[in-house]
Design a protein around this ligand. Structure first.
Ligand code: PEP
Length: 251
């Protein structure tokens, strides 16, 4: 059985006081469950707070970005080794906001994926098409291009210790969710492309859906055969909603 994961992406939200409340509620409300992992990906300055607050809980934690470099004159950047030193498990790479707002192209995303792996982090690699690309029937070619950039750079075996997230850009933070069938179609397409390189890796690959996952739609999305959990933005900031979404992955 494939590992399931629900990961929260706080984006640039939070404060010490608000985080403390949220983390405390998560810790109290959710106990470890067989076959499902949970994680919270927070802004860098809050990672030590997460490390402390989530210790001994069902939740691992992660960063939302990582430098493609290991060390050096890269002002403002944070390396994988620095994250690992704090006990960080995951690093999101290639989130569509990084691609569109910070100009991260496929080559840079692949370099970040490699850097995360070198540091012993589990990358959560995001891929997804814009609305114009979907309407122009380019969904598959975009996903193939984004995926192959990483597969070519890292090899299929590297995906065995990674997580993929399909995040249609038109569904992120918009309140529009892909239907379970739309999500399933793309997840199956991703698994099929990975299977061309390694059937075993494809079968074991955890593929998350991200894009306006809410308590009301999580269960039917997660019921799709190739959807192995979720990457959750807005709803991960409300303890009750995030816990409900995490619980939906247990079914
Ligand atoms: C995200 O930030 O990766 C995301 C999916 O956001 P939201 O759930 O708010 O659409």
């Amino acid at each position: 059985m494939r590992a399931r994961l629900v990961a929260g992406n706080w984006k640039m939200h939070g404060s010490l006081a608000a985080n403390a409340q949220l983390l405390d509620a998560l810790k109290r409300s959710l106990k470890p469950a067989d076959g499902v992992r949970y994680a919270v990906c927070a802004p860098y300055p809050y990672l030590p707070q997460l490390a402390q607050a989530l210790s001994g809980s069902a939740f691992a934690w992660g960063a939302q970005n990582v430098s493609e470099h290991d060390a050096g004159a890269y002002t403002g950047e944070v390396s994988g080794a620095m994250l690992k030193e704090f006990g960080c498990r995951y690093a999101i790479v290639g989130h569509s906001e990084r691609r569109s707002l910070y100009g991260e192209d496929d080559a840079r995303v692949a370099a970040k994926f490699l850097a995360a792996r070198r540091a012993g982090l589990t990358p959560i690699l995001c891929v997804g098409e814009t609305l114009a690309e979907r309407e122009g029937a380019a969904t598959e070619s975009v996903i193939r291009r984004q995926l192959h950039a990483v597969l070519d750079a890292a090899g299929a075996a590297a995906l065995a210790e990674s997580v993929l997230a399909y995040e249609p850009v038109w569904a992120i933070g918009t309140g529009k969710t892909a239907t379970p069938q739309q999500a399933q179609e793309v997840h199956a397409f991703i698994r099929g492309r990975v299977a061309e390189r390694s059937r075993n890796v494809a079968q074991g690959l955890t593929i998350l859906y991200g894009g306006s996952v809410k308590p009301g739609n999580a269960r039917e999305l997660f019921a799709m055969p190739d959807v192995d959990g979720g990457l959750v933005g807005g709803a991960s900031l409300a303890a009750e909603d995030f816990v409900a979404i995490c619980a939906a992955a247990q079914a």
